[in-house]
Design a protein around this ligand. Structure first.
Ligand code: HEC
Ligand code: HEC
Ligand code: HEC
Ligand code: HEC
Ligand code: HEC
Ligand code: HEC
Ligand code: HEC
Ligand code: HEC
Ligand code: HEC
Length: 492
């Protein structure tokens, strides 16, 4: 090859008339698939395609020892310069610097620049015709390049909360190249320090909490790769909303397979506790906690989701909470009724969950000696976790939408039926019932019996409470609820 030639591609492309095609292809810089498009029939073009679209062939043709090919060095003559920049129309500058040595050592070194930038042709590279509107958009389209060789990861990524957010126009959500700097990707095994975890870039406060946690401290020690880092609990590509599914909890139990039996030694009704109390609620000892009452579809057996484009939760909550002070017991009951309108009485119920109040706190996990195990910290009147209450639904992007509620909704007789599925002895309700349940538990009677007794008692209690509280029946067409309560009297 003519090494004195400033444009090494020239010799390859000389004599073919595809400049126009190459140029128009380059417009689609991001999409190498575009190279497949069109009527590229000329033999020279076929050769071009073989060279640039079948990197496996390239890889064997190249030394895999971390040295750069001649062609790559040509590109780096210009692009290894730190100062090389492009001014974009919106005033941003895009750095065109590519770290040559890091690239040579990276997993993609053997592909050469052409492995991804097949459409860059030195002969007419400058002035570049690629229209770059903003640096962010360039990255987002650029990441499409990865699809060709990593389709599997793409598929996983496309189901993630990150991809969902991006589709909805949130450009702060990551694409491949935010987590994998495209020119210096090292093999997974070579990444050691937790400080390098890509998630940190955007979730810094969570990273800090994690780094101080029992897991982060363990993971920081050399060779301790068995303690989890972000992707071990959330996965790397298939990241789901953290609190609406079971992803993190399943991860915990995946590693701590003995956890259930370890808790059974001291915690009665272990399964029930682990279902209604999140792991961090006991294992992040400094965290503030709350009760989240989740709208739950008792027929479909899943949480109620907001329908795309029909924001009913917020609207309904606001309409029953005219003052905007948060839902009180009456408002909560009305809200539930709104969701149970079309003759589906009792279909939508509330399911309580005791959890930490913030995402940061969810990561402040401490060792087991500091975990909350004292029954009193929950089963006592005025216990701290019951001082803050939210009501939630699954939002259109899969993350929860929350609305504040008064803490009294947990203790008020009016809402006994609404929050009937959630009952923490002492913490939430009526003393007599506590005693009965404790007796049921101590007496070895099956807890379901206790619960049935409670339900029955609630209903009786409720009949009285309801009758005292209600001032009118606004919806006579509704079938009477099991409690027989009239409703809606709180609304103007
Ligand atoms: C003579 C110096 C020089 C050489 C050699 C060179 N580039 Fe460039 N490159 C530039 C400059 C300057 C720009 C910015 C052009 C502009 O401002 O529009 C650029 C832009 C780019 C861009 C971003 C814009 C676009 O068109 O997508 C990529 C990607 C790129 N070069 C890749 C390469 C590759 C791959 C090679 C080797 C095949 C290479 N360059 C060789 C100078 C060079
Ligand atoms: C594994 C695929 C891949 C390889 C191999 C690759 N690039 Fe890139 N390159 C990309 C992607 C993706 C982008 C868009 C990155 C972004 O800005 O988010 C990019 C962007 C660029 C840019 C624009 C500036 C920037 O960083 O965004 C230049 C210049 C560039 N590459 C040059 C090169 C050169 C020179 C080589 C070889 C030494 C090379 N690339 C090898 C994938 C690759
Ligand atoms: C032309 C094919 C090709 C393209 C395009 C490509 N890759 Fe790769 N990638 C490979 C090959 C080959 C390997 C090495 C696989 C191996 O060692 O098992 C690799 C390895 C990787 C690894 C490291 C796997 C490990 O061992 O930990 C990551 C991460 C990765 N690629 C991400 C990307 C990203 C991000 C992009 C887009 C900017 C991209 N790749 C584009 C072919 C490609
Ligand atoms: C939110 C950050 C993030 C995004 C976005 C992301 N990755 Fe990854 N990726 C990671 C992490 C972290 C790992 C290594 C940890 C793991 O898999 O457990 C990884 C690993 C990989 C690997 C090596 C996998 C293996 O098991 O050896 C490949 C290949 C890869 N990513 C490609 C991609 C591609 C292609 C995209 C775009 C569709 C992408 N990644 C998007 C964070 C991300
Ligand atoms: C030991 C498992 C584990 C590890 C490691 C972990 N997380 Fe989490 N993460 C969780 C749990 C549990 C939740 C809360 C889920 C819930 O509300 O039930 C959570 C919640 C989140 C949330 C949602 C926060 C919110 O506002 O609701 C984000 C974002 C997040 N984690 C990111 C990260 C990042 C980034 C890292 C690494 C620095 C990380 N996580 C490490 C388990 C983990
Ligand atoms: C380029 C920025 C960026 C990177 C890198 C990134 N994320 Fe995110 N992530 C976001 C944004 C933006 C959201 C939307 C929520 C927000 O605004 O905090 C989000 C949301 C999440 C959520 C859902 C939060 C919830 O409320 O349930 C989880 C879980 C998450 N990220 C985990 C991760 C993990 C794990 C990594 C690394 C493998 C990572 N993220 C890397 C930007 C990023
Ligand atoms: C990838 C495996 C893995 C996952 C996932 C994981 N852990 Fe761990 N966890 C460990 C390891 C390893 C240790 C031991 C750390 C040490 O040596 O200090 C540990 C320690 C702990 C401890 C301290 C135990 C003690 O003896 O003091 C608690 C509590 C804990 N994890 C809870 C959780 C919770 C809660 C989750 C989910 C949110 C979780 N873990 C997810 C591996 C994991
Ligand atoms: C009601 C509070 C509570 C809940 C909920 C809870 N834990 Fe624990 N956990 C504790 C206490 C207290 C200990 C310490 C017991 C001891 O010292 O033996 C403990 C101990 C542990 C240990 C150490 C076990 C051992 O073998 O010594 C692990 C691991 C653990 N928990 C994980 C979890 C996981 C995972 C979850 C969620 C699925 C969870 N815990 C939910 C209170 C709780
Ligand atoms: C972190 C708070 C917390 C701690 C600590 C805790 N519990 Fe609970 N417990 C709850 C909640 C919340 C419920 C309600 C579960 C439901 O109704 O779904 C509950 C329910 C119960 C029930 C009723 C079970 C049922 O099926 O309704 C009994 C009995 C009980 N706890 C006993 C204990 C004992 C004994 C301890 C101490 C060894 C303890 N709990 C520690 C929060 C806690």
């Amino acid at each position: 090859m003519d090494s004195s030639n400033k444009h090494p591609m020239d010799s390859r492309l000389r004599g073919n008339d595809t400049d126009e095609k190459v140029r128009s292809t380059r417009k689609e810089c991001a999409s190498t698939r575009a190279a497949f498009r069109g009527d590229l029939v000329i033999a020279a073009v076929a050769a071009f395609l073989v060279l640039f679209l079948f990197p496996a062939a390239l890889m064997t043709a190249r030394a895999a020892d971390g040295s750069l090919s001649e062609e790559d060095r040509k590109c780096l003559n210009c692009h290894s310069s730190e100062g090389l920049k492009k001014n974009l129309a919106n005033g941003e500058t895009l750095s065109l610097h590519v770290p040559g040595e890091a690239f040579a050592k990276s997993v993609h070194g053997p592909l050469g620049c052409a492995g991804c930038h097949a459409n860059v042709n030195l002969k007419n590279h400058l002035p570049a015709k690629t229209k770059i509107v903003t640096a962010r958009e360039y990255s987002i389209t650029g990441a499409e390049l990865c699809r060709r060789c990593h389709e599997d990861k793409f598929k996983q990524y496309e189901g993630s909360i990150h991809a969902t957010l991006l589709r909805e126009g949130n450009q702060a959500a990551p694409v491949c190249t935010d987590c994998h700097s495209p020119h210096s990707i090292r093999p997974k095994a070579a990444r050691e320090s937790i400080a390098e975890v890509p998630c940190r870039k955007c979730h810094e406060t969570i990273f800090k909490a994690y780094a101080e946690s029992v897991h982060g401290r363990a993971r920081s020690q050399p060779g301790r790769n068995n303690a989890p880092i972000c992707a071990d609990c959330h996965r790397a590509h298939d990241v789901r909303p953290a609190s609406t599914g079971e992803q993190p909890k399943n991860a915990c139990l995946g590693c701590h397979a003995g956890a259930l039996s370890a808790h059974e030694r001291w915690l009665p009704n272990t399964e029930r506790h682990l279902e209604t109390v999140s792991c961090p609620a006991c294992h992040a000892p400094g965290a503030q906690r709350r009760v989240d009452l989740r709208l739950y579809d008792s027929v479909a057996q899943k949480r109620v989701s907001e329908k795309q484009g029909v924001p009913q939760f917020e609207t309904r909550a606001r309409s029953v909470d005219a003052q905007g002070h948060g839902l009180d017991a009456m408002a909560l009951r009305s809200l539930l009724r709104e969701f149970n309108r079309e003759g589906t009485e009792g279909r939508t119920i509330l399911r309580g969950r005791l959890e930490v109040r913030s995402g940061v706190e969810a990561h402040q996990l401490a060792d087991k000696t500091r975990a909350v195990g004292n029954c009193d910290s929950c089963h006592r009147e005025g216990a701290d976790p019951f001082q803050s209450v939210t009501v939630s639904i699954v939002g259109p992007d899969g993350r929860p939408l929350r609305y504040g509620a008064h803490k009294e909704v947990l203790t008020s007789a009016i809402s006994v039926d609404s929050v009937g599925g959630f009952y923490a002895i002492g913490g939430t309700r009526i003393k007599l019932l506590d005693v009965l349940l404790v007796l049921a538990v101590l007496g070895g009677a099956a807890v379901p019996v206790g619960h049935l007794t409670l339900k029955w008692l609630f209903r009786r209690y409720l009949k009285r409470g309801g009758a005292e509280n209600a001032s009118g029946n606004r919806r006579p067409q509704n079938p009477p609820s099991p409690g027989g309560r009239p409703g809606g009297g709180d609304r103007g």
